[in-house]
Design a protein around this ligand. Structure first.
Ligand SMILES: C[S@@+](CC[C@H](N)C(=O)[O-])C[C@H]1O[C@@H](n2cnc3c(N)ncnc32)[C@H](O)[C@@H]1O
Length: 288
């Protein structure tokens, strides 16, 4: 980690490993994640004419949705550290003719946002990857006007998310997985402890930080039968790397164990697995 590029490791990960998968699977991922993004949008209440920053906007689905909600005189800036995802977001926005959205490939922790320029900072699962979350939220707070709002959705713990824990436990019967020793290390489950997250927001200059639980069945791959859901999961999940590193027989054994574990969640030809997220909201302090 260097001082000038504090998130170099995550940048490398999202630009070379995860980003290409998110580009390939964008449609299924957007369908799968839409309910969580909507729940955060309801909490965010984007207002007509408002300026918004969408943090870790990925391929831009939520940026475009925010663009609709704020109307033609509102503005939305989507920021993401992965250049190919930002290129996809720009192309989609251009094709849709939506003119009130713009995108920046940058690190949201350090990007020099115009001070006190926006009313809302929003994110769908894009804020759990900062090396220094307090510094990142302080930077985002600077972009907010006094009394501006922050609203984002992040995952609760892996144990509360069987869509992740069930395949992992099945795999761990046969192979050893590298589980990060630090539960708060940057990654999808880094914000599982909502009390800690609210504390970090307070330290960064926010008030009224609150977490509310959002639980729903996740439609794997956006609503797919077992074989397609398995294919989707094995491509996107953190298991894809360890599976690529083992011999063919072990890989087959692990995949069969995952398939048996996931099969019981297929109902009416669709795999639905319980999930739990936090909707976090906070306000920028009133003094400038
Ligand atoms: C789980 S994906 C979510 C993408 C998008 N919000 C969505 O819901 O489709 C997390 C995103 O955060 C981005 N990201 C990670 N660290 C970042 C940082 N420091 N600054 C900006 N974006 C970051 C990644 O490149 C990735 O696109």
């Amino acid at each position: 980690m260097t001082e000038s590029r504090p998130n170099a490791e995550q940048s490398e990960y999202w630009n070379t490993i995860a980003g290409p998968k998110w580009l390939d699977l964008q449609h299924q991922l957007d369908l799968q994640l839409a309910p969580y993004g909507r729940a955060a949008l309801e909490a965010a209440h984007p207002a007509f004419d408002e300026s918004v920053v969408d943090v870790g906007c990925g391929c831009g689905a939520t940026t475009l949705e925010l663009g609709k909600r704020v109307g033609e005189t509102g503005r939305v800036l989507g920021v993401d550290i992965a250049s190919a995802m930002i290129a996809r977001a720009r192309a989609t926005a251009e094709a849709s003719g939506r003119r009130n959205v713009a995108f920046e490939c940058t690190d949201a922790q350090t990007f020099p946002f115009a001070r006190a320029s926006v009313g809302l900072v929003y994110s769908r699962f894009g804020v759990m990857f900062f090396a220094d979350p307090v510094a990142a939220f302080r930077n985002l707070a600077r972009a907010l006007r006094p009394n501006g709002r922050l609203a984002f959705v992040c995952w609760q713990s892996i144990h509360d998310n069987p869509w992740m824990s069930v395949p992992m436990m099945a795999a761990m019967q046969h192979i050893t997985l590298d589980i990060p020793a630090d539960p708060h290390a940057p990654g999808p489950f880094a914000f599982a402890d909502a009390e800690r997250v609210c504390g970090m927001l307070q330290a960064a200059g926010f008030t009224e930080a609150r977490a509310s639980a959002f639980r729903t069945d996740m439609l794997i791959g956006g609503g797919a039968p077992l074989e397609q859901a398995m294919d989707f999961m094995l491509r996107i999940s953190p298991l894809s790397r360890p599976l690529a590193e083992v011999d063919a027989a072990t890989r087959h054994t692990v995949i069969e164990a995952i398939r048996r574990a996931v099969a019981s969640y297929e109902v009416g030809g669709i795999v639905r697995m319980p999930s739990a997220a936090w909707i976090i909201t906070a306000q920028k302090e009133a003094r400038p």
